[in-house]
Design a protein around this ligand. Structure first.
Ligand code: PXL
Length: 273
């Protein structure tokens, strides 16, 4: 049976991130994707100036209430960029009403390169900790992992330090704590994961491609969600996601005009394998 996922994140109308990448990626992985938009923005907030933000905090509970009346349920809740701290109550309600016992996968998309995203306020971190505490899987980058665990950020954490942060993330609640964008040797970049129950840490690294691209975290998480909701192990999900993001970045090399996202469309077929 086709699995059904609700993707809770913003619509950045232009910019190849959040809902506009979650939809195609999850669809190609054979998952029915329902969206609960947290906000509508003209663009995402990291590569553009003067973007517009229309917050949907008031609308979200009404959408959830209607779904409840229709007896709609989900196999998984997937959350990304949340534009206002008041939205966490709605997401926790969605979980208890429409997804009891289902999977919760949280990409705490709040920060990168040591900085909170510009349109967010500091209270988003505490709200995100509440959501992380009910998650099965969390997929922060290094900056987000540091913020969630009150660890001072630096760009070059050692393997020991990363593993210390993984244990602190696990203490917040999730079964699987992943950190993305980790590198322990030059030429390799990937993700590390702590399974709280077994205590096992697994790593998957792919070839590092020397180009900075936006939107790759959202593509990575969408692949992990699609694979895991279809029953794959966390290791296989991380492997598919890392290799796919690497392909997306390679597909964007040479197009210097394309600063805001990656050309995922030309390699999307790789997910059909
Ligand atoms: O890719 C994460 C993301 C999602 N949504 C919005 C963003 C960002 C990152 O900057 O600004 C609106």
């Amino acid at each position: 049976m086709t699995k059904k996922v609700v993707s809770v994140q913003d619509i950045s109308c232009y910019g190849q991130c959040s809902q506009t990448v979650a939809l195609p990626v999850l669809s190609v992985l054979g998952v029915e994707t329902v969206i609960l938009p947290s906000a509508v923005l003209s663009t995402h907030t990291t590569s553009f100036e003067g973007y517009t933000v229309h917050d949907l905090t008031e609308e979200m509970p009404k959408i959830v209430a209607h779904w409840k009346k229709e007896n709609i349920t989900f196999d998984a809740i997937y959350t990304g960029y949340i534009s206002d701290v008041r939205q966490f109550d709605c997401i926790l309600d969605l979980r208890s009403q429409l997804n009891p016992g289902g999977m919760v996968i949280v990409d705490p998309a709040i920060a990168d390169h040591g900085e909170l995203y510009p349109a967010l306020s500091d209270d988003i971190v505490e709200g995100m900790r509440r959501l992380v505490s009910v998650a099965d899987v969390i997929i922060p980058n290094i900056t987000e992992a540091a913020l969630l665990t009150n660890t001072e950020y630096k760009p070059d954490f050692t393997q020991n330090e990363i593993e210390g942060i993984l244990h602190k993330l696990a203490a917040l609640g999730p079964h699987y704590s992943v950190i993305t964008g980790v590198s322990y040797e030059s030429g390799k970049l990937g993700a590390v994961c702590l399974d709280k129950e077994s205590g096992e840490i697994t790593n998957y690294f792919s070839d590092y491609v020397n180009k900075i691209c936006y939107g790759t975290g959202d593509i990575f998480s969408s692949v992990v969600v699609g694979r895991m909701v279809n029953g794959s192990s966390v290791y296989d999900a991380l492997k598919t996601a890392s290799e796919f993001v690497t392909s997306c970045i390679r597909a964007t090399i040479g197009d210097d005009e394309h600063h805001y996202g990656v050309h995922f469309e030309s390699v999307l077929h790789e997910l059909l394998k």
